[in-house]
Write a protein that binds this ligand. Sequence first.
Ligand SMILES: Cc1ncc(COP(=O)(O)O)c(C=O)c1O
Length: 400
Amino acid sequence: MSNNEKIAFLDLVTPHKELEQELTSVFQKVISTAGFVGGPMVENFENEFAAYCDAKYCVGVASGTDAVRFALTAAGVKPGDVVVTVAHTFIATTEAISQAGARPDFVDIDEKTYAMDPKKLAQYFEQECYVDRETGKPFNRKLRAPVTAIVPVHIYGQCADMDAILEIAGRYKLIVVEDACQAHGAEYFSKKHNRWMKAGSMSHAGAFSFYPGKNLGACGEAGAITTNDEAMMRSMKMQRDHGQAKKYYHDIEGYNGRLDSLQAGLLSVKLRHLAKWTRERQAAAVEYGRLLAGVPGVVAPHQPENSRHVYHLYVIRVADREGLQKHLAAAKIDTGIHYPIPLHLQKAYESFGYKKGDFPVTEKVAVEILSLPMFPQLQPAQQARVVQNVQEFASVGSLR
Ligand SMILES: Cc1ncc(COP(=O)(O)O)c(C=O)c1O
């Protein structure tokens, strides 16, 4: 590889070229049957993805955002409730909470894993809420509303500390919906269950996005919800299909939130390759870790012993993030920032009245993170060039 070739942040063309025949044959099948909505392709994918996630049921939906929203509503979140999540996530997490009629509220993240900090979550209930005697559930004093659910986000492809979060949820009788939109196949060793558990199988439901750049991506928009709860599965199926369980018999007002057959068929093809792609991402992460070990001023991703990260993103932290990003861009190396502005400081949530300093770890991390190129086909030579350029920047002392 020449030293001047561009290194993309993500290569979506190569895997589609490799699978072109299989993917095209799905398209031909859909055209020849004109089965565009519902039908066996959707059901097959749902069964396959449920099995992949060690969940009893899977409900295919139109996006990850719909997945979070339908799961919250199906689990019993009502308009006016408060749902606790993190500000270090993509805005879809809180959009979905708002769309379910609830008010998002935040707790800070863990500085090593960047996921919800269970200690901060416990403090939230102890300090900002009192327990309602009638319901046994927490009531937020300032927001004057009941807190009914928690949405931990398995950020970058690594599960949040679910044992601790579920223990707190159990104490306060709360719903938990995992935002697993970035974490297809990620695993967490639960001490409580004494086994490895898959993202999306540990709580009331798990929400997945199949946006094209995700570890399992559609050729368009798509999402899914996993659950072990039959009643929730039925409710989510109704919500995605205009509130009907039987054609033109509408028990509730729902949405147009279905997974279409073409995307389901394409996802079935790609799902067969997901385990291999995940292994390739994990190998690339090991290689980055090895190469970065000698570079001063770089914080590499932290993987606790109880976690099997699937590296949707490979995110490092440095003091001069902007400087490093510019240096890499000049060497034709693409990078990303996930995410530059924490949600509590976004204009969209100005009216909520959060201020700088409310979530110090989230705010610190947001100015230091940089996502390096990461995808299954990334070559060791490309990684060596990325890290060589990081090293160059570090050697002039710019990272400390
Ligand atoms: C953490 C997180 N939550 C939710 C979503 C929403 O998924 P979608 O874009 O499929 O609606 C995404 C994907 O972008 C995400 O990364």
